[in-house]
Design a binder for this molecule. Structure first.
Ligand SMILES: [Zn+2]
Length: 382
């Protein structure tokens, strides 16, 4: 008896189990699956006649749910909402992603923005679409504070004047140039953005001076020495380190049958002022601007720049053997050609085949290897 009852009990239990399983699987297949959306969201889906469409996607998206609940749903972006990772924030998140989507950004980009530069979303929202922002972020010299300027510069929404034809330049540049150029302030007019170098900063061998970085009127290097007259026109001075290296370079050149001389080296602020004014009188303002620095903006005031003469005591020309020798060898002595051809817009100066800048051997090697102008090299050195 006892055994039988036990057996019956077991059967009843089994039957109940089967029934429960049957009913739950029936429910599972017959009732709609909501993938975790809240009841109120489901109601809105139904009201908006988008329920089936969303259920077809077979996945839950908190972003989509919040968009719907905040009455900001735009059916056009359904697929994008599904892929955008939700970010806990004030109400701005939903507003901002809708703006980003309407500007043309895709979920992939939007996720990258929120992961990497969440504090700059408003900058992106307030500009026109730019397809390179995710590329900018991959550059180790990307500066988040410059993002607004990168976007505007590349979108041609930056207003600035240039003595060079920037349209031609812009046809050939890429997003790396955008970031480099903006870091170098090229989105601003020359001389409009004075960064005043202290005398201490000016005395660093690697200091950059150009149409954005300005020297004090009273800056004069403390270690100027006169270059050996064997290698210079009369009384040419450079800073000790640069003078030594120039003499060494000129001596080695001579040993290979190449004669070079320092033709113009250190110039004081006042001297540069006179020189620039003279050039303006002689050639007019626009032309003088392409080859002569305004006072305070000249590398010659650093005592680290040298205008080189050839064996005939003429300023060096790219057709001279002396020029070729210098291009091949000067960096070994710490000197680089500072204003190369086709970089006029970047350096602010015409191609000057005679003007070399001392940077120290190590840095000159790096700059030479980079193939960049020193302005670009510095702009990427963040
Ligand atoms: Zn020069």
């Amino acid at each position: 008896m006892k055994k039988k009852r036990k057996l019956r009990k077991g059967r009843i239990l089994l039957l109940v189990l089967v029934i429960v399983l049957f009913i739950s699987s029936l429910l599972y297949f017959l009732l709609p699956r909501n993938y975790g959306y809240r009841k109120e969201t489901i109601d809105v889906f139904k009201e908006e006649n988008i329920y089936n469409k969303i259920m077809d996607k077979k996945k839950y998206s908190k972003t989509l749910e919040m968009v719907v609940l905040s009455n900001s749903f735009n059916e056009e972006y359904l697929d994008e909402y599904l892929e955008i990772n939700y970010v806990e924030s004030d109400d701005s998140f939903i507003n901002d992603i809708n703006k980003l989507l309407s500007l043309g950004y895709k979920s992939k980009e939007i996720n990258v923005f929120y992961e990497n530069i969440p504090d700059s979303i408003s900058v992106i929202v307030n500009n026109r679409y730019n397809s390179n922002i995710t590329n900018y972020l991959n550059l180790n010299y990307f500066i988040e504070d410059n993002l607004d300027r990168y976007i505007k510069y590349e979108n041609n929404d930056t207003k600035f004047d240039s003595i060079y034809n920037t349209d031609v330049i812009k046809e050939n540049y890429n997003y790396e140039d955008t970031v480099t150029f903006v870091n170098a302030y090229l989105d601003r007019d020359y001389y409009s953005n004075d960064i005043n170098l202290s005398n201490e900063e000016a005395s660093a061998i690697d200091v950059i001076v150009n149409k954005y970085y300005k020297l004090n009127e009273n800056y004069e290097p403390s270690d100027l020495v006169t270059i050996d007259s064997k290698f210079a026109s009369n009384n040419q001075r450079l800073r000790k380190e640069a003078a030594d290296k120039f003499e060494e370079m000129a001596a080695d050149a001579l040993a290979s049958g190449i004669k070079i001389y320092a033709g113009s080296t250190y110039r004081s602020y006042d001297y540069q002022l006179d020189l620039y004014n003279r050039y303006v009188l002689q050639d007019g303002f626009a032309e003088a601007e392409t080859y002569s620095a305004r006072a305070g903006y000249s590398e010659h005031q650093l005592g680290l720049a040298v205008d080189v003469l050839n064996g005939d005591w003429q300023y060096l020309s790219e057709n001279d053997d002396e020029y070729t020798w210098l291009i091949d060898n000067s960096y070994k002595y710490g000197f680089i050609l500072r204003y190369p051809r086709n970089k006029e817009y970047v350096t602010g100066y015409m191609f000057e085949d005679w003007h070399f800048r001392y940077l120290g051997v190590e840095l000159a090697n790096k700059v030479k290897l980079s193939g960049l102008t020193y302005d670009e090299y510095v702009a990427r050195g963040v």
